[in-house]
Design a protein around this ligand. Structure first.
Ligand code: MD6
Ligand code: FE
Length: 188
C-alpha cells in the first residue's frame, strides 16, 4: 500500500490518543454524523453557541496535539503545486466518516484570511464530494474522492458551497469501513 497514506493514518491514530474523535453539535442543536478532532495551533469547534477556532480542546481542556511534519509538508507542497506559494497551515480539522454519514452543504468562512486556500486530503473509503456555487441553492457537481486524493480549495472557489454525500458501504484495507478527511487551514 501507499507509504504516504499509511503515514498519515498512523499520525491520525497518534493524534486521537490525545484528542479523541467526537461528534460535535451544530448551533441548531443537531449532532454531526462525521466525528471530528483537530491538530495544530488552532482547532475548529462547533457547539450550541456557534463555530469558532480554539487553541484548546474543549473536551480535555488541553491544547490540540501539534501538527505532524508529514501533515504540514504535504499541505504546503500541494498548495504550491496549485499556485499558493506560501501556505503554512496552523490548523488541521480531521473528520471521520462511518458508512451512512454525510456532511451537509456549507461554506468555510470562519477563517479571516480568505486569500489562503484550504487543502483537503481524503483517506480510506471513497466519498462523493458535492461542489456547488456561491449560493446554497446553486447546482452541485459530484466529484469522487478516493484514498490519497488531495484538493486545493482556493481563489475564486474559496467560498463555494460544498458537502459530502452519504458515504456508501465499502471497505478499505487501511481504514476498514471509514473515510478520513484532513482539511488544512490558516485559521488566524
Ligand atoms: C470532506 N471537506 O471532504 C469535507 N472544506 O470530508 C470540506 O468540507 C472541505 O474538502 C473546505 C475545503 C475543502 C474541503
Ligand atoms: Fe468545508
Amino acid at each position: 500500500a501507499c507509504q504516504k497514506t499509511e503515514q498519515l493514518i498512523s499520525a491520525i491514530s497518534d493524534i486521537t490518543q490525545e484528542a479523541p474523535f467526537r461528534n460535535m453539535t451544530t448551533p441548531n442543536g443537531a449532532s454531526m454524523s462525521a466525528a471530528m478532532t483537530n491538530c495544530g495551533e488552532y482547532g475548529w469547534v462547533s457547539d450550541q453557541s456557534g463555530y469558532r477556532y480554539s487553541t484548546h480542546d474543549p473536551v480535555s481542556g488541553k491544547m490540540w496535539p501539534s501538527m505532524p511534519t508529514v501533515f504540514r509538508e504535504l499541505a504546503q507542497i500541494a498548495a504550491k503545486k496549485a499556485g499558493f506559494n506560501n501556505f503554512t497551515p496552523n490548523a488541521c480539522l480531521i473528520n471521520r466518516y462511518p458508512v451512512g454519514s454525510r456532511m451537509g452543504l456549507h461554506q468555510d468562512k470562519d477563517e479571516p484570511d480568505l486569500s489562503a486556500p484550504i487543502v483537503s486530503v481524503s483517506l480510506g473509503i471513497p466519498a462523493t464530494f458535492l461542489f456547488g456555487g456561491l449560493k446554497r441553492k446553486d447546482q452541485t457537481t459530484k466529484v469522487q474522492l478516493d484514498n490519497g486524493d488531495v484538493v486545493v480549495f482556493g481563489g475564486v472557489a474559496r467560498l463555494n458551497y460544498h458537502g459530502v454525500a452519504t458515504i456508501k458501504d465499502n471497505v478499505h484495507q487501511l481504514t476498514k469501513r471509514l473515510r478520513y478527511n484532513l482539511t488544512f487551514r490558516l485559521a488566524t
